[in-house]
Write a protein that binds this ligand. Sequence first.
Ligand code: FAD
Length: 401
Amino acid sequence: MQSVDVAIIGGGMVGLTLAAALADTELRVAVIEGQLPAPELAPLPDLRVSALSRASERILRRTGAWPGIEARRLSPYSKMEVWEQDSFASIQFDAERLAQPNLGYIVENRVIQLALLDRVNQLSNVTLLAPERCKNIAFGESEAWLSMESGKNLTAKLVVGADGANSWVRHQLDIPLTHWDYGHSAIVANIRCDEAHDQTARQIFRPQGPLAFLPLAESNLCSIVWSVQPEEAELLCGLSDEEFNKSLTAASDHRLGLCKVDGERQTFPLKMRYARDFVRDRVALVGDAAHTIHPLAGQGVNLGLLDAASLAQELKALWHHEQDIGKKANLRHYERWRKAEAAKMITAMQAFRDVFDGSNPAKKLVRDLGMLIADKAPGVKDEFMRRALGLSGELPELAKY
Ligand SMILES: Cc1cc2nc3c(=O)[nH]c(=O)nc-3n(C[C@H](O)[C@H](O)[C@H](O)COP(=O)(O)OP(=O)(O)OC[C@H]3O[C@@H](n4cnc5c(N)ncnc54)[C@H](O)[C@@H]3O)c2cc1C
């Protein structure tokens, strides 16, 4: 029976960030991951990518994962353009005008995970158990017992559920979930465009849902996240490449010329999830295990990395003061902090969705006028950008300037 202080179930981007953020502590950490990612990258980027905010960049730099990301593949973007389809209004954001080196990076999820794995494998206080899954969990007064599918057993003062949207840990504890269907599925694909993307992230609000073009390292290659009703997603995924290209080019208002899909298309159903409890005695949830949001503002993993950095900070402080790191009362500050930040993000995503929902001409006119005003009002734009860069709200030390 191995004994650790923190057992992290799920070695995805968020779980590994937590482990890396606990480097240089006396805490003994185990990460249990069901499936390790393939190490070799193909020339065509993976379909799952994330737009990383400045706050996430800082966390990944300070936890030592950034060099591994830079050594593989990342695409900085320096402009952002948001408009409504067939409309006269748009909002433009420019890193130079905001005195920023860029507005963020588009990075494949697997690249982030591989870079974090490199880092975690260097840490003497972290043990990686992979591929491995937990079979059972039981709780005592001062520790949790975990039994693995391989037959191994583990005790931990704290178990962290970092095991994604359908969290096994959350299910084992019967933690209630507030959830609703966004009524959208997201189609993701790699797209070659006639026009160069000019390191600009583009978001088009359409009556059926938002469509994002995220610029990749090649100047004409973008990753799309195209949110539509599930029936339409099925229809679009069933089209031939040629028919799909026509639909996509029209949906993009032809801004990047002809768009051609390269490789496969995948669809993800979109759901809001918000766990009622982020902590219980001996358990804490982070990342998608605690909350999922609409990808329209690309903030899901950014929120998760902030959870990881915040929890690491709380655990270090508790350890320093010789407090029990698994006691619910001691984890309540983490819970209040991160529930408040997740709730703000969920509300903002819902507001976006409601404002841009439907094609009523009067509502559209109000929206477009609002966009025109917002584009000319630097205060509004700056605040929007601070949020997008992840620099608003209560930040953990790892994400601060
Ligand atoms: C279409 C789409 C686009 C998105 N775009 C963005 C974006 O641009 N920016 C952004 O910030 N966010 C984005 N997101 C959200 C982002 O992908 C998620 O928030 C992020 O992947 C969550 O990371 P995680 O580590 O919490 O969970 P996951 O990535 O789901 O990782 C969980 C890990 O746990 C492991 N695991 C699960 N169960 C077990 C178990 N029982 N035992 C052991 N291991 C287990 C899994 O193998 C996995 O490695 C997007 C989401 C979607 C659907």
